[in-house]
Design a protein around this ligand. Structure first.
Ligand code: ATP
Ligand code: MG
Length: 430
């Protein structure tokens, strides 16, 4: 993409209404704009990040056997009356009346809808287990939308739902999801710690929240320093992995257990703040019983499926990653989610040698290259590239260009390399 023709409205000044760094940087880097309180438009660069995050989530869900589908954003109030949650949900639910006076709502989550869908689609125990998911917008009329996309009213969530014949099956689904989540966050270049958590609105008795550590996090968290080492991912077998994840101590303040905490050697105890980027729940037959969903068992008896639900805050992750990865100059995107892998900075627009090399690079990088072809000072181009946080900057100046050389800068480390054009390309694409 050519910066001169793109809709990436970066800002020089820090927006005064944004309280935390990720919100400020998302506005300044031209990723989002607020359209109403807690409701954001995703501009092209922001949309690219959101899509890359969604794609990683999708691949890791698929890898543990979940099936993607798509449910609507608007739901019927009657669905929620069946489970008894229509009144219980309160003011966070955006309620809508259509022209025929039918009561609708913008879905804050989908337990009811998926339960009815699976109920009406299968009959026998042989049709279980089921593990459907979708990536869809949700709406929660938060009292205090704030921190940009970290706490919006409209937000993108991946939600998966498991249906199993018995507790043992449900637990397998739960463990597979934990593994999928840890792989998902690792691929995004962030550390998220699975913490014992309260079940809240959803109900049930087993739950973990996944927290990205950041001083701006809304939750107080307690965890064993072993999670910082990053070696927590050693196991590949689901069972061994789950044992490992759940024997190392980590809990949100609601679930903090001081007796267990005291058994951890003092030098390994960490207290901090976390941003909740995902949560998984096992809640048994709560919805299957309330919504009369039973399958016929081997002996003709009725079996109410054991259920769980599994959410990831896809749009919140964009902010959470920036909270974890930035410096004074701007965003430091991990390679896997960066809007563009590299920016091409032409330091002398109109010079035959620099223009020629930049066009070649732009062509070869395709959609992963952002070509700063504006008639701007070098300093302005450097500052903007640092702000936008591209993992690589390919700097093309007239002196190097005359010898077919460019300078390559790694955003995360500040390392610089003088390279021939093709070598720079291989390094960026490698
Ligand atoms: P919170 O405690 O932060 O309000 P929640 O526990 O109510 O979130 P869940 O029902 O667990 O949220 O939803 C699954 C995921 O969706 C959360 O882990 C979070 O990442 C994301 N999420 C929830 N609410 C919001 C929001 N208002 N804005 C952005 N993402 C959200
Ligand atoms: Mg939650």
């Amino acid at each position: 993409m050519r910066l001169s023709q793109s809709l990436i409205p970066t800002l020089k000044e820090t927006p005064s209404d944004a309280q935390i760094v990720s919100h400020r940087l998302m506005l300044r880097a031209g990723l989002i704009r607020q359209m109403a309180s807690g409701i954001y438009a995703w501009l092209p660069a922001g949309h690219r990040v959101l899509s890359k995050i969604a794609q990683i989530v999708r691949e890791e869900q698929d890898a543990v056997g979940a099936q993607e589908m798509l449910m609507p954003t608007i739901q019927s109030a009657d669905l929620w009356r069946e489970s008894g949650r229509y009144d219980a949900y309160g003011k966070e639910m955006l309620r809508i009346t259509d022209r025929h006076e039918r009561e609708l709502l913008y879905g804050p989550t989908n337990e009811e809808m998926i339960t009815v869908l699976v109920r009406d689609s299968i009959k026998s125990y042989r049709d279980l287990p089921q593990l459907p998911y979708h990536i869809q917008w949700k709406f929660r009329d938060e009292v205090r939308p704030r921190f940009g996309v970290l706490r919006g009213r409209e937000f993108l969530m991946k939600d998966a739902y498991s249906f199993d014949l018995d507790y043992a099956g449900a637990l397998i689904a739960y463990k597979k999801m934990m593994l999928a989540y840890m792989r998902t966050f690792q691929r995004m270049g962030i550390t998220a710690i699975p913490m014992r958590a309260d079940t809240g609105q959803i109900g049930g008795d087993l739950s973990h929240e996944f927290h990205v550590l950041a001083p701006t996090g809304e939750s107080g968290v307690f965890y064993d320093a072993s999670f910082e080492a990053g070696n927590a991912m050693a196991a590949t077998d689901v069972e061994a992995f789950y044992q490992q994840m759940t024997t190392i101590y980590a809990a949100t303040d609601e679930k903090h257990d001081t007796a267990l905490w005291d058994q951890i050697p003092a030098e390994r105890r960490r207290e901090g703040r976390g941003i909740e980027v995902g949560q998984i729940f096992y809640f048994g037959k709560k919805y299957s019983e309330a919504m009369s969903f039973a399958v016929t068992g081997p002996d003709g008896q009725k079996i109410f499926p054991e259920m769980g639900s599994y959410g990831i805050g896809v749009s919140r992750l964009v902010g959470a990653i920036i909270e974890a990865r930035h410096d004074d100059a701007g965003i430091i995107w991990p390679d896997a989610v960066a809007p563009f892998r590299a920016a091409i900075l032409n330091l002398r627009q109109g010079d035959a040698a620099t223009d020629g090399i930049c066009e070649t690079l732009h062509h070869q990088l395709g959609a992963d290259g952002l070509y700063d072809d504006r008639d701007e000072r070098a300093g302005a181009k450097f500052a903007e590239a640092d702000l936008m946080g591209h993992p690589w900057q390919i700097i093309v100046g007239p002196r190097g260009a005359a010898n077919g050389q460019v300078e390559l800068k790694r955003r995360a480390t500040g390392e610089r390399f003088e390279l021939a054009v093709q070598d720079a390309l291989s390094k960026v694409l490698g």
